[in-house]
Design a protein around this ligand. Structure first.
Ligand SMILES: NC(=O)c1ccc[n+]([C@@H]2O[C@H](COP(=O)([O-])OP(=O)(O)OC[C@H]3O[C@@H](n4cnc5c(N)ncnc54)[C@H](OP(=O)(O)O)[C@@H]3O)[C@@H](O)[C@H]2O)c1
Length: 384
């Protein structure tokens, strides 16, 4: 593959789990890094800025003396605030990896697509909360939307070269999280440390908790709906504890195509940068004989957020945005020790019922719903 054909890279959420792995992939592929963004002006971010002297740097929400420290070290290479994050996402001719966590990533995703850029999307909250708005931005700006989530990258790889009309079902695999074998009753008082201990993936705190509740899988169902344009009846979930099969596509003739490999986010990140080409990667050859693969139905009673996600997806409009915002509040309340694990679904369901359904046309529409859902969810979390 011709490396010079790879577009220069902007990494949003550069200090996070996805961001740092993206920078490692970029270094191996020898891709130019032209932009870096994070929330805070942390020492870790300053180190990254030093390692990439040609990159424009954005600190979206500097605190204390971070602004002064970054300005004194980086001069006019650094900018501040959420608007600068959005401007960076619109850098002409770039591949933008969005590894920001939460709904804060939405406006940057829209800007990247409107500018005609390739958006390598890890920030699934963008697509869950603002699916219709992102679709409109992609159509208007001609940008390209590629998944970084391992499941959706797997689906993309299975679908490449296939006619979407020939697809029977998309089947997303779920590891089942740390509580796969637990009953609904035993989940009420699990600790934060237990919930953060994901069995197969090493990820940031919110997505780790979302994996433990299966909310993350529900988000991925909604993400798959928007990425591949299939109705919810054609998107299924199966639990696969080993996380070796990253997802499958079933075709109308009954054939199944699956994508397999070691669980390592550097692989889907790299594919989103090099698509449709492939490039040698960081993993050793895979030994099939070393693995036993098992599959089971998800326990929908113990993990009610999975079906709630389907319901929000089918309602459409603002419902997935409410789901995302309420979950973000509920997860933070759990991480802070303010509510128990079993209260997370109650907060999310309560918010989904309380916030009126409406259509979403703009980022402002999404942010309005997001704010309302957060306020309702915060109140509900206070009474749990
Ligand atoms: N980690 C995975 O394996 C994985 C897999 C699939 C999908 N994802 C998705 O990828 C996204 C990132 O996940 P992660 O695990 O990498 O999260 P993470 O480790 O918590 O990192 C989040 C990054 O976003 C930055 N950030 C947070 N709020 C921001 C804001 N308002 N403006 C600008 N930057 C902001 C953080 O900066 P600071 O460091 O300054 O706070 C950090 O760089 C999430 O949407 C997640 O669902 C992750």
């Amino acid at each position: 593959m011709d490396r010079s054909a790879l577009k220069p890279l902007v990494v949003l959420g550069a200090t996070g789990s996805i961001g740092t792995q993206t920078l490692e992939v970029a270094s191996r592929l020898d891709v130019a890094v032209v932009g870096l963004a994070a929330r805070r002006g942390s020492p870790a971010f300053l180190d990254l800025a030093d390692q990439h002297p040609d990159a424009a740097v954005v600190v979206a929400a500097p605190a204390g003396d971070e602004r002064a420290r970054f300005e004194s070290k980086l001069g006019n290479r650094v900018r501040f605030g959420p608007d600068s994050l959005v401007e960076l996402a619109a850098s002409p001719g770039a591949t933008v990896v969005n590894g920001v966590v939460g709904a804060a990533g939405l406006e940057a995703s829209v800007a990247a697509l409107q500018a005609g850029n390739r958006l390598a999307l890890a920030n699934k909250e963008s697509l869950v909360a603002g699916g219709p708005v992102l679709e409109a931005a992609r159509t208007a700006g001609g940008g390209e939307l590629l998944p970084v989530d391992s499941e959706h990258s797997a689906l993309l790889q299975c679908l490449t070269g296939e006619d979407i009309e020939a697809v029977g079902r998309l089947i997303l695999t779920a590891s089942g999280g740390p509580f796969r074998e637990r009953s609904a009753a035993s989940l009420a008082d699990v600790t934060v440390a237990e919930a953060l201990a994901h069995p197969t993936w090493d990820m940031g705190p919110r997505i780790s908790i979302d994996s433990a509740t299966l909310m993350n899988k529900a988000f991925e169902v909604i993400e798959a709906h928007f990425l591949f344009g299939l109705p919810y009846d054609q998107i299924d979930v199966v639990v696969h504890p080993q996380s070796i099969v990253h997802s499958l596509v079933e075709f109308v003739d009954g054939s199944l195509k699956a994508h397999l490999g070691e669980p390592d986010m550097r692989v889907p990140i790299q594919f989103a940068l090099t698509f449709p080409d492939r490039h040698p990667g960081p993993l050793q050859p895979f030994s099939l004989a070393d693995h036993t693969l098992t599959f089971q139905e998800p326990d929908r009673q113990a993990f009610p957020l999975l079906d709630l996600g389907y319901e929000a997806g089918r309602r459409g409009g603002s419902a997935p945005a409410v789901l995302n915002a309420a979950d973000e509040i509920a997860v933070q309340a759990f991480l802070d020790g303010r509510i128990g694990f079993g209260a997370i679904p109650r907060v999310v369901e309560g918010a989904l019922e309380a916030v009126a359904l409406r259509e979403l046309h703009t980022v402002a529409d999404v942010m309005e719903v997001d704010a309302e859902a957060r306020s309702v969810a915060s109140e509900l979390a206070g009474t749990c």
